[in-house]
Design a protein around this ligand. Structure first.
Ligand SMILES: C[S@@+](CC[C@H](N)C(=O)[O-])C[C@H]1O[C@@H](n2cnc3c(N)ncnc32)[C@H](O)[C@@H]1O
Length: 338
């Protein structure tokens, strides 16, 4: 038996739960934050659950944390004391390790301490365990979810929680002059799919305007061909590595095998997107990478995703299908040309 807290993007937890029910035996679910955070219990052990989910990574489950202990909340200083005592007792695995502490709180919780106060209290315990509190690249995470009446606490490796960010909410610094928030999607895709855009040479950006994705690829040193009937941001005009085609993507043709990276972020129906990507496929080199967003336009996302994967799999290997933290009503696919 193991108990977990699962997190999806706001409004998408029903789909994450549906995916988990298909994946794990005898899943029992209760809601913690409507549409977003839920508890799930399974008959599998923690190790079995992690292995099953890592081998069949769901699209909508953004983060999971084990519940090793549920501490009843009293709403006073004893709560922090009880948490410290639990970590002191259970924390031998943390000895000599780099440890991060993630705190998330439901709106209705009676746990009254801030994240800073909680970390401050646990830092002393970590000191006694000879563990070091770090903000990045921890060996272990202490994940704390303060619900209405309990503190649910779990200790695990970042990979076992599917993310090294609290709740899988990956944050990037907004830069001066950043063209669009869309840039964060492509940055997150690079991180989550283990890509390195700088390792590619020529990219085709379909649905490129106003140019957030294009600007990132240019920063990474790629030659970029951007297609969009809409205007690109003035800051990109005249960039020596940019070719901008102010056109509908269905009206362009390229020489065979020209690009080793395709990125596509059109706000279009999924099936039209598939047709367009498949039409452009000859312009990609063998084993080229594609990063493509899929709009979830109607009420059956799991079916839409299944259909899109089926269509694209004629020419691409579907490496990953994920709703990233920066995706709104969409998901992102990582594809490799066959
Ligand atoms: C969400 S925006 C893209 C944002 C962009 N990734 C960025 O980082 O700034 C979607 C774009 O797709 C473009 N688009 C929609 N249909 C298209 C088509 N058939 N051919 C080319 N571009 C298209 C729209 O004009 C729009 O600019």
């Amino acid at each position: 038996m193991s108990q977990w807290i699962g997190t999806a993007n706001q409004g998408y937890s029903p789909y994450a739960i549906e995916e988990l029910r298909r994946l794990l035996p005898e899943v029992k679910v209760s809601q913690l934050v409507a549409g977003e955070i839920f508890r799930f219990d399974t008959v599998l052990t923690e190790e079995e659950t992690v292995a099953t989910i890592q081998n069949n990574r769901p699209t909508f489950l953004r983060h999971m944390q084990p519940i090793d202990e549920s501490i009843p909340l009293r709403g006073d200083a004893d709560d922090l004391q009880a948490l410290s005592e639990y970590i002191r007792g259970a924390g031998s695995v943390l000895s000599d390790k780099h440890v991060s502490i993630h705190v998330r709180k439901a709106k209705s919780t009676s746990f009254s301490y801030s994240t800073a106060d909680t970390k401050g209290a646990l830092d002393a315990v970590l000191g006694n365990l000879n563990a070091e509190l770090v903000f990045q690249q921890p060996d272990f995470i202490i994940a704390i979810f303060a619900g209405e009446s309990t503190l649910d606490v779990g200790i695990g490796k970042p990979s076992d929680m599917l993310s090294d960010w609290p709740g899988g909410a990956v944050r990037f610094q907004r830069e001066e002059g950043q063209i669009s928030r869309a840039k964060f999607k492509l940055l997150e895709a690079e991180r989550e799919f283990g890509l390195n855009y700088a390792s590619y040479r020529r990219a085709l950006d379909v649905g490129a305007a106003p140019g957030g994705w294009t600007s990132l690829l240019l920063e990474r040193g790629l030659q970029v061909t951007a297609i969009d009937p809409g205007d690109m941001h003035p800051s990109l005009q005249g960039h020596p590595s940019l070719t901008y085609l102010k056109k509908n993507a269905s009206d362009v043709k390229f020489e065979r095998g020209k690009f080793d990276l395709l990125v596509c972020d059109m706000s279009w129906s999924p099936m039209q997107m598939c047709r367009l990507v498949l039409d452009l496929e000859p312009a990609l080199a063998p084993h080229a990478t594609a990063v493509v967003t899929v709009k979830l336009m109607h009420k059956k996302p799991l079916q839409t995703i299944r259909e899109v994967k089926e269509r694209l799999s004629t020419s691409f290997i579907i490496e990953q299908s994920r709703q990233l933290f920066h995706n709104r009503e969409e998901i992102t696919l990582h594809l490799i040309k066959k």
